[in-house]
Design a protein around this ligand. Structure first.
Ligand code: GRG
Length: 301
């Protein structure tokens, strides 16, 4: 057993990530003629800049558990596009004002603020447009399942999802009092939750399965943000691909700020365990989802 709890998980993850990279690369090389080149370049710059691809790989993993194979890809890629859009906006001077992301200069540094704003908008909307179009061509998928899955995606990206979470996060430095739990849930866990729930909905998973996955993903999302806060303190710029230490300079009320490093790591472990426990209620092979939790808990970037 490796440190992620499964001998095969690293290989499995890399295989899935390679599929995502190829899909995105192919997409980038086929600019529709009606999309201006400079906007496309700016969108593709951030989309192809790397990143762990956690959300699409998670979606493909859940899809597979529920019997979907490549049918889930348009949804998986849409999740990555929405995530990337949110990172482009998050890095802008009016938000976190960051110069480095995924080991490269941030979008607005390369393309300017106006184009970065548009690239984020465009990536978000193109994600949904493409997912709807491509999922609709898959005959084996039920229309109602496609609608449910995309609805989950949109809710997670909207005001009751990452936009709301980001609003709380930026208000925090102006002394509004949102707990890090609440911020983490909306800013981070909602999109990770959508990465788990939307593919299950696409496959027509049953209500009790969705309920168990909701619990799994909520704890997974909290674990993810706690570790994000921890890495902002102890992580290395080169492996993170972004500048550490930003939370403190920006006066963010993070888990580390509230609980200290040791207790935060303990909390991440606790929530990772809770996420794995929630899988017990699903009568399918969820081993890779358990490995996912172990991986995210022990990640270094
Ligand atoms: C444009 C849809 C849209 C939303 C804008 C700016 C904003 C609203 C939301 C930002 C939310 C945000 C930045 C949350 C942080 C989530 C997080 C922990 C990101 C880091 O994710 P990783 O580690 O990054 O998966 P990589 O680069 O590996 O993909």
């Amino acid at each position: 057993m490796n440190r992620w709890g499964s001998e095969n998980f690293t290989k499995y993850y890399d295989e899935k990530r390679t599929v995502v990279e190829k899909y995105l690369k192919d997409l980038s090389m086929n600019r529709p003629q009606n999309i201006p080149k400079m906007l496309w370049d700016s969108m593709m710059y951030s989309l192809l800049a790397g990143g762990k691809r956690v959300r699409p790989v998670l979606a493909m993993t859940v899809g597979e558990i529920f019997g979907l194979k490549e049918e889930v890809l348009p949804l998986a890629v849409a999740l990555e596009m929405i995530h990337t859009a949110s990172l482009v906006h998050d890095d802008m001077p009016c938000m976190d004002n960051d110069s480095l992301r995924r080991g490269k200069p941030t979008n607005h540094i390369v393309y300017g603020e106006s184009m970065a704003l548009l690239a984020g908008d465009a990536l978000f909307l193109y994600a949904i447009e493409q997912a709807l179009k491509n999922l609709n061509t898959v005959k084996s998928l039920q229309e109602s399942n496609i609608i449910n899955a995309l609805n989950t995606l949109l809710e997670a990206a909207g005001p009751a999802g990452i936009c709301g979470g980001q609003a709380m996060d930026i208000s925090e430095s102006s002394n509004f009092s949102f707990s890090p739990w609440k911020i983490a849930y909306f800013k981070t866990a909602t999109l990770l939750k959508a990465s788990v729930i939307s593919p299950a909905q696409l496959a027509g998973a049953l209500e009790f399965e969705i309920k168990a996955l909701t619990s799994y993903a909520s704890h997974l999302g909290i674990t993810f943000q706690i570790i994000d806060d921890v890495l902002d303190v102890i992580g290395e710029k080169t492996s993170l691909g972004k500048n550490p230490g930003k939370d403190k300079t920006q006066g963010k009320k993070t888990f580390v700020e509230l609980y200290g490093l040791e207790k935060s790591i303990e909390l991440a472990r606790l929530h990772s365990k809770k996420s794995i426990d929630a899988l017990r209620n699903i009568n399918r092979n969820t081993a890779y989802l358990a490995s996912f939790a172990a991986y995210l808990e022990s990640r270094t970037h």
